[in-house]
Design a protein around this ligand. Structure first.
Ligand code: FE2
Length: 225
């Protein structure tokens, strides 16, 4: 049994295509989307449609709700690209889910708006606070949002981050998380893609909001907004 969890495509089509080729080789039994298909990059429509076609289960992210729910007037570029049907799908995505795998019960969410922005180096107590909900205390938490993949333990279980497909910080590859059993293991999958092609798509689109910051992030992995 093999499960992939991926997130934060952020309208980066070359990165999404590279991830699709990796999934073709991995042949997962199930692929979870953990939020942020859209926003930032120039291919929000293509990435939204890709998620709906290639993933089996879904959790929304702050950008999905922000754009789908028209929360920010400066996001008109994305509304025009997506249209009302995709925007409704985005704003109606569930905010969290759970997954039991290899006898471990994981809580799944994107990050914001369920929590504040959590990172690998967040204090242990802050990470542990995310394990307990009215549904009980989980054995592990898998989330996204910080655009950096990691697998970490805290005193009450595992906490893991999918990393980002299209907007990775630190290492400018496409990332996802792979769960396998017998024996149970959690692996960061790291896929190179054509970052220069992704930058060029943005250069050809003068309407893209914060275009220079996006290009710098894609080429350097340094947060630039
Ligand atoms: Fe994101």
């Amino acid at each position: 049994m093999r499960i992939v969890l991926l997130a934060d495509l952020h309208g980066n089509w070359p990165a999404t295509q590279a991830m699709e080729q990796a999934l073709d080789r991995l042949q997962p039994d199930k692929t979870w989307f953990l939020g942020d298909a859209v926003g930032k990059g120039p291919a929000s429509r293509a990435c939204c449609d890709w998620v709906r076609t290639h993933c089996d289960a879904f959790v929304g992210g702050n950008w999905d709700y922000g754009i789908g729910g028209k929360e920010f007037p400066e996001d008109g570029y994305y509304w025009d690209q997506l249209g009302p049907e995709r925007m409704q799908w985005l704003r109606e995505l569930p905010r969290e889910a759970e997954l039991t795998f290899a006898g471990l019960r994981f809580r799944l969410f994107h990050g914001r708006p369920v929590t504040h922005l959590l990172k690998a180096q967040s204090p242990r107590e802050e990470l542990e606070a995310t394990f307990t909900t009215p549904a009980g205390t989980f054995d592990g938490v898998i989330f996204a949002d910080s655009h950096r993949p990691f697998v970490r333990t805290v005193n009450i279980g595992y906490i893991c981050n999918t990393g980002s497909v299209g907007n990775s910080m630190g290492v400018t590859r496409a990332h996802c998380l792979l769960l396998e059993d017998e024996p149970f293991r959690m692996t960061v999958v790291s896929v190179p893609y054509d970052n220069e092609a992704a930058a060029e798509e943005a250069r050809r689109d003068p309407g893209l909001p914060h275009r220079d910051a996006w290009i710098r992030e894609v080429l350097t992995g340094i947060y630039s907004r």
